[in-house]
Design a binder for this molecule. Structure first.
Ligand code: NAD
Length: 457
């Protein structure tokens, strides 16, 4: 079934219909209408899947996709137009252009944590760039995946865009096919499986992965505001956010004050009984619940720590001074648990951060601008913020992606279009002059060419 579907997309791509920019714009506009029409149903599906609060569904999923669509529809003519660049004098007389061409038949595999946005935002880029798409959403959010399938079936012909649902076996079958581009969002572990499968056919990939994101708070930070912004960025989606702060590194002198501020902010956001708050999501499934609960073993929870397997609830939890080899400090946490480690000097920060692979995000809270800048420059990470968390994600002018183990490539805004386009550089040579010095026989021409390169540099 997958092979036949892909064969039909290959045949359709060859017709050249998707090369028309006006066709792409028309279909993106249709997609937008359909998404707006189903806003409430999308929120309801996300709530059914893991009790995602309606506000969070709108702010972090629905609005993000609409804003990517608006930007793309508005700018597509400009982005898709061949870009004239300065010709090289070595090619005189000539002109030069960069053409954006669609890769062709693309595969998008998405995760469960922002199941709507992380499936549809890359899709917008892929369609804008003129590709066909097979989209495999997560099997862990069946309600959201069903509505995505419904939308796609309404807007697109199956030989242009299709949704293929399923888990590992379906994903494996998809990866056995030959694609022109694979866009994957998910874990580092599966990212490596994707990269291996892609290497078989030298297929280019974007890998949007995860990591252990440090959040540094120095003694010059505004403690109250830092606590507020950290509580928001950490506990939104119940901590199941790839760019959530994973652990805090805080100057020893302000730790207690920070704990007091955290306690207040958590209560303000989610009340003293977060298990009854409509604004706090649940853990996606029992497997992840058990993985997270194991992290609490033998740790000191200064805030939270309550869990309930029946409702897959884990309270917003702060762990005080875990060991670096403890369960909670081993891998990405991906849940509402926040370990706090205190430091006295910058060397300690460096030692701890270098203990891990390059993270997807890094955050620094400090009112000392030069110190904050120095920390941003010191470490390699996907993207981040000074004096806030997560917010770099919403600026479509910023590339969103990881580095090293946290990913390959980036997208959002124009970069989504560029990611799904091959950039074809073409020189148009004039025929009225043909300078002779590049042609053999080369005798006596070496000096000329050396002079020319020197003159041009
Ligand atoms: P996952 O890697 O388990 O699954 C992602 C997708 O891959 C799913 O569609 C799944 O069906 C498929 N998959 C799972 N196992 C597979 C296998 N063996 N072979 C082929 N495909 C397979 O990730 P997840 O649990 O859905 O999401 C959580 C992870 O995603 C976290 O590590 C998080 O940091 C990361 N993430 C990254 C970003 C980002 O933008 N960088 C965004 C969200 C989540």
């Amino acid at each position: 079934m997958i092979s036949e579907l892909l064969a039909s997309q290959k045949a359709y791509f060859k017709t050249g219909e998707t090369k028309s920019v006006s066709f792409r714009k028309t279909i993106l506009k249709r997609l937008k209408i359909e998404l707006i029409k189903r806003e409430d149903a999308i929120s309801a599906a996300l709530h059914k899947d893991f009790k995602k609060p309606v506000f969070e569904s709108y702010a972090t999923e629905i609005a993000m996709v609409i804003s990517e669509l608006d930007l793309t529809i508005k700018n597509l003519n400009k982005w898709a137009k061949p870009k004239r660049v300065m010709p090289s004098l070595l090619n005189f007389p000539s002109s030069a252009k960069i053409y954006s061409e669609p890769y062709g038949n693309t595969l998008i595999i998405s995760p469960w944590n922002y199941p709507y946005q992380l499936a549809l935002a890359p899709l917008v880029g892929a369609i804008a760039a003129g590709n066909t798409v097979i989209l495999k959403p997560s099997e862990l959010t069946p309600n959201t995946s069903n509505i995505i399938e419904d939308i796609i079936t309404t807007v697109f012909a199956p030989n242009h865009v299709s949704v293929v649902k399923g888990g590992v076996s379906v994903s494996t079958a998809l990866l056995a096919e030959r694609w022109d581009y694979i866009f994957f969002t998910g874990s580092v572990f599966v990212g490596k499986i994707i990269a291996k499968a892609a290497a078989e056919h030298l297929t280019p990939v974007t890998l949007e992965l995860g990591g252990k994101n440090p959040c540094i708070i120095d003694e010059a930070a505004n403690i109250k505001l830092s606590a507020k912004r950290i509580v928001w960025g950490k506990f939104i989606n119940a901590g199941q956010t790839c760019i959530a702060p994973d652990y805090i590194l805080i100057h020893k002198s302000i730790k207690q004050e920070f704990y007091n501020a955290l306690e207040k902010e958590i209560a303000l956001a989610y009340t003293n009984t977060p298990n009854q708050s409509e604004d706090f999501a649940r853990i996606i499934n029992e497997k992840n619940f058990n993985r997270l609960v194991k992290m609490l073993d033998n740790e000191t929870c200064v805030i939270g720590g309550q869990t309930d397997i029946d409702s897959l609830y884990i309270a917003p939890t702060i762990i005080d001074e875990p060991q670096l080899d403890s369960e909670v400090m081993k891998d990405e946490i991906f849940g509402p648990i926040l370990p706090v480690i205190s430091y006295e000097n910058l060397l300690e920060i460096e030692t701890i951060i270098s203990n891990y692979e390059k993270p997807l995000s890094l955050y620094v809270f400090s009112n000392n601008a030069s110190k904050a800048k120095a920390l941003i420059n010191k470490f390699s990470f996907g993207g981040g913020a000074i004096n806030d968390t997560v917010v770099h994600f919403i600026n479509h002018k910023l590339p969103f992606g990881g580095v090293g183990n946290s990913g390959i490539g980036a997208y959002h805004g124009q970069l989504s279009f560029d990611t799904f386009s091959h950039k074809k550089g073409v020189v148009k040579k004039a025929n009225w002059l043909d300078l002779p010095f590049r042609y053999a026989p080369y005798k006596g021409k070496l000096k000329q060419i050396k002079l020319l390169f020197k003159w041009l540099s």
